[in-house]
Design a protein around this ligand. Sequence first.
Ligand code: FAD
Length: 637
Amino acid sequence: MRTYDSNDYDVIVVGAGHAGSEAALAAARMGQKTLLLTINLDMVAFMPCNPSLGGPAKGIVVREIDALGGQMGKNIDASYVQMRMLNTGKGPAVRALRAQADKNLYHRLMKDTIENEPNLTLRQAMVNELVIEDGECRGVITNTGAKYTAKAVVLTAGTSSRGKIIIGELMYSSGPNNSIPSIKLSEDLEKNGFKLRRFKTGTPPRVDGNTIDYSKTEEQPGDKTPNHFSFTSSDADYLQDQLSCWMTYTNDRTHDIIRNNLDRAPMFSGVIEGVGPRYCPSIEDKIVRFADKPRHQLFLEPEGRDTEEYYVGDFSTSMPEEVQLQMIHSVAGLENAEMMRPGYAIEYDIIEPWQLTHTLETKPVKNLFTAGQMNGTSGYEEAAGQGIVAGINAALRAQGNGETFTLARDEAYIGVLIDDLVTKGTNEPYRLLTSRAEYRLVLRHDNADLRLTDKGYALGLIDEERKAKFDHKKEAIAREIARLRTVRIKPSDKVNALLAKLHQSPLKDGVLASEFLKRPNISYKDVLSLLGEEKAAAIDRYVSEQIEISLRYEGYIKKEQIKIDRLHRMEAKKIPDQIDYDAINGLATEAREKFKKIRPETLAQAERISGVNPADMAILSVYIEQGRIAKVNQAVS
Ligand SMILES: Cc1cc2nc3c(=O)[nH]c(=O)nc-3n(C[C@H](O)[C@H](O)[C@H](O)COP(=O)(O)OP(=O)(O)OC[C@H]3O[C@@H](n4cnc5c(N)ncnc54)[C@H](O)[C@@H]3O)c2cc1C
């Protein structure tokens, strides 16, 4: 292919999925002249699977992206058809907001945001090759021969990389939803020494909502007072006319149909080489793995307001189309359902993520960053969270002042995700789960702004007006918490009547309001009422929430802080870049090989590598310490 020189940019982002959209917006908002190239402009921020965002851990990531100045939260708040807070009966660490998206509207809003962002150019093009000179990425070449140059490049090719769709015996080269796959870019990455591997994921069939018998299903309405993802969305923006989801179940017949056709299931016939997500198995996988389970829950979820398509949640399958039809018709409520699109599995390439640093820059090629599904994750939120970090770092690189941006495991779920990827790699599509975070009590849904807004502001991603509002909120919380530590609740009929109602022992002596709030089932509103300060109703509900959580869980949070302080001490112990692991006597072979492959940046990261044991850590620490002492001695003599 003959190439021709096209424009020069500061940052080029390849792929406008969830990772690419956030990466490009972040770079442009940081003042960098940014180009976003993607195969099909009609698939910007497209949701090829579940038309929903959020849920456990993932919902917190959306809030974190928003707190950093990203877009996902704002656009889902403007396009949801249903909003629900999950786990409301549990502690604040596991509360999770989940939105059902109007999938088409979400795409249109993201495209519109990108089109109207100053400094950002959106163009339809397939990137085939990277321009790499002297170990540095300097640009990209498209399939039409256009050569664009830049100071930094972010790749976010998603499931399109050498994508292959599989439906029963049918198999063809394709990106998600029958889009054009990206083949040459994968080949180019291999040519440049990157280690790739195959993963797979799958999606369920979609059915026509007009043909569902809802009377045989259970309704799942949205919350009466919906919450929102973006800290900038106001209560006045709440949507009132939410759409319901509907719940139904598989049954013996469904399971029989699946069992009788397992020899035609690509998952079991050996045609799939990619590794699938353990936490998001196909229905045929569930029937085999949980053979005793009499039924599995299914969710019928609207794909939007202007379509009758329903997503059959938890029914992901790559069975032949005719088998899928039988499976659908065996389910209560779907006996006469018209299948509009069959489910399918898709196999694709990923870059082994241990080839990346915490900034998401690749180790083999400087100025090249990667984000999203192509780093081995699964999920829109995981992709977008990496996207904003990669976009910020690409912008910082283009600015050329040597700064980098990373998030630690105690600062954000995004930090946990990236650290897991680069430290441990992944053997299956990586999904964020609350159990992956050690410091769950500080990485909450409600405090993402308190954790990250200042960082977003320092990067130039949060404007002055938002920062002023945030500072005001922070001060209001601090002021009120300090006040509650000085005022006392005294025993009275009113106090003891409330305690009796809650089956608690009466109050004998006065107690600080901050302590009284720690009693079970006592709310901040109760405290204010007992203090005779009902004007509380006027206090912002998010300020109240923060006061309540901070005081009620104070003891637990302090305990977690002790562990975080230890982490910080370990993070501060840097491992020299040039360390020669072969020169360290006594390291176990597994630890030595992993250290050489991953090249951890700190002792804390080294400790988290799987297969590294305390004896290896002790040897490594002593070796580094001796090196430091030797250096000091050299300097002195
Ligand atoms: C069938 C299927 C089922 C899935 N199931 C689930 C699920 O159950 N749960 C879940 O959480 N997630 C699921 N996912 C994953 C989810 O879609 C992804 O995690 C998410 O979309 C990843 O975002 P991304 O930005 O990394 O990639 P994508 O959204 O795939 O976006 C990548 C973009 O890059 C473009 N592109 C690729 N190569 C090039 C190139 N060479 N030049 C220019 N542009 C390029 C593509 O056209 C695309 O627009 C599924 C995905 C698929 C396809």
